[in-house]
Design a protein around this ligand. Structure first.
Ligand code: NAP
Length: 286
């Protein structure tokens, strides 16, 4: 990579940041499109976050991604935040505008919806029923995006109070239900989404009565390490359509790349293979 004096710069701010796949992902696109630019891993301590963001802006960076633990703190440094960031309660993308304004966006929910649309082009959301497991940061962004697409959401979480608080915060066609209600919820589900940490490498898969799902149901897991989680494999064995979590990771990166580098990048099999080269297909230990 050879940069000119007017190279476009962006990066990911996290603490730690070494685990982030974003530099590899954006680096692939920069190379593919021959862009005079770079995307850097930026380890930033929590107490230095606001100063670091303003310094990057002052150094001429175009913006960056924000990962743990800064996603909520990013609100305080932004001059404006998008509706998706407000709804998600977190910022994952920063854009530094020409006049110096710092704009915060959240693309996780959009990335989730886009990943489903690209895997299943006939899929529609209006009036569909989604059963969403989890009430953490990712579940919140997904719930908000599904509601905005016109779906109805039943939110189920290990800690019911968190699901109830999230349903109240988002409002609209969303209800919080107990884990024990899944038997009754699944027969009406068009979409089952795991947005908990269950199924990550080294963790058990969620125990679910998948036999209660109708044949039309689509099962998706936002966990992408391993790529084919125990939940997805169980759903495949029942003949259900499945979508894995890697697509969400890839699609959520597109709006930032477009804003900083000027091209809406394509998510395809070559990118997917490159970004997931070190991700195990299944968890052998499960
Ligand atoms: P988070 O804010 O920490 O939330 C974790 C969620 O998992 C909570 O709902 C929590 O329930 C639940 N959970 C954790 N351990 C559990 C267990 N043993 N049994 C039942 N539920 C359990 O995390 P997050 O940021 O939302 O991320 C959740 C998952 O999504 C992670 O695996 C992450 O890697 C993945 N993710 C994927 C993408 C993508 O692009 N594909 C993006 C973001 C996140 P409680 O409320 O009861 O604690």
């Amino acid at each position: 990579m050879i940069l000119s004096g007017s190279a476009k710069l962006a990066g990911v701010l996290g603490w730690p940041v070494a685990h982030s796949r974003s530099p590899r992902l954006h680096g692939f696109w920069l190379h593919r499109y021959g862009i005079d630019g770079a995307y850097l891993p930026l380890p930033v301590r929590p107490d230095r976050f606001a100063d670091a963001v303003r310094t990057l802006r002052d150094l001429g960076f175009r913006g960056g991604n924000v990962t743990l633990p800064h996603k909520e703190a990013a609100f305080t440094v932004c001059d404006r935040v998008s509706r998706s960031a407000q709804r998600a309660g977190a910022v994952n993308t920063l854009i530094f505008e020409a006049d110096g304004a710092i704009v915060g966006d959240n693309t996780d929910g959009w990335g989730f919806v886009e990943s489903l649309r690209s895997a299943l082009p006939d899929l529609t959301f209006v009036g569909r029923t989604a059963v969403l497991l989890g009430a953490g940061g990712a579940a919140r962004a997904i719930a908000a995006a599904l509601l905005d697409e016109g779906a109805q959401v039943a939110l189920v979480n290990r800690t019911p109070e968190r699901a109830e608080a999230l349903a109240r915060a988002l409002g609209g066609a969303i209800v919080a239900r107990a884990w024990e209600a899944l038997d009754a919820l699944l027969p009406a589900a068009d979409l089952l989404i795991n947005a908990t940490a269950l199924g990550m490498k080294g963790m058990p898969s969620p125990a679910l009565p998948l036999e209660r799902l109708p044949h039309r149901a689509i099962v998706t897991d936002i966990v992408y390490v391993p790529r084919r989680t125990g939940l997805l494999r169980a759903a495949e064995r029942r003949g259900l359509r499945t979508v894995c979590g890697l697509g969400m990771l890839l699609h959520q990166a597109r709006p930032g790349f477009a804003a900083w580098f000027g091209i809406d990048p394509v998510v395809d099999a070559e990118l997917e293979a490159f970004v997931s080269a070190d991700i195990p297909e299944i968890d052998e230990g499960e």
